[in-house]
Design a protein around this ligand. Sequence first.
Ligand code: IMP
Length: 188
Amino acid sequence: MLVKDKKFKRYISESALKQRIEELGRQLSEDYAGKNPLFIAVLNGAFMFAADLMREIDIPSEISFIKFTSYHNMHSTGVVDQIIGIEEDLRERHVVVIEDIVDTGITMTEVLAEIRRYHPASVEVVALLTKPKALQRPVSIKYTGFEIEPKFVVGYGLDYDGYGRNLCEILILDEPEQSDENGDWGTE
Ligand code: IMP
């Protein structure tokens, strides 16, 4: 399947995503019962995952969204410049960050550092996808949907240069990755 100008192949089906997200929702609902958690979804990539995950949460909870400006390309993640949207009073709250994918872990390290400045009672991460072999920072992800190989994926919120976010399943690059110049997939 072509997304913009690159060939991708099927990787994680819609039904596999649904099943795993149901499990994550059940687990989070058990772990956070009585804690009134505040879920914070990282835009843009986590929008679809967050929407489906929240439908599986059956305890009182709140959701909010943050967005950061950063530079990415196909092989590296740039510095996170700024995080927009932490408006709630996070003090004493149990925060769960919802992220689409943790690749090098650089982004999540900075997001967590920023959230911790507000002194929440606890912070954990739920990431739909992680690439353990690409990890460069020791970031602890308590809830992971799928551990995947360190290759470029698209769909279900994740984009390639802005495209592919609307796909209902996850696709993986089906050709040798090209140099950085061609691989820009934009910012969050
Ligand atoms: P990290 O800072 O390297 O962990 O990268 C995190 C961000 O890079 C994610 O939130 C995504 O926006 C983006 N990203 C990393 N890997 C992929 C991928 O395979 N496809 C699409 N976006 C990705």
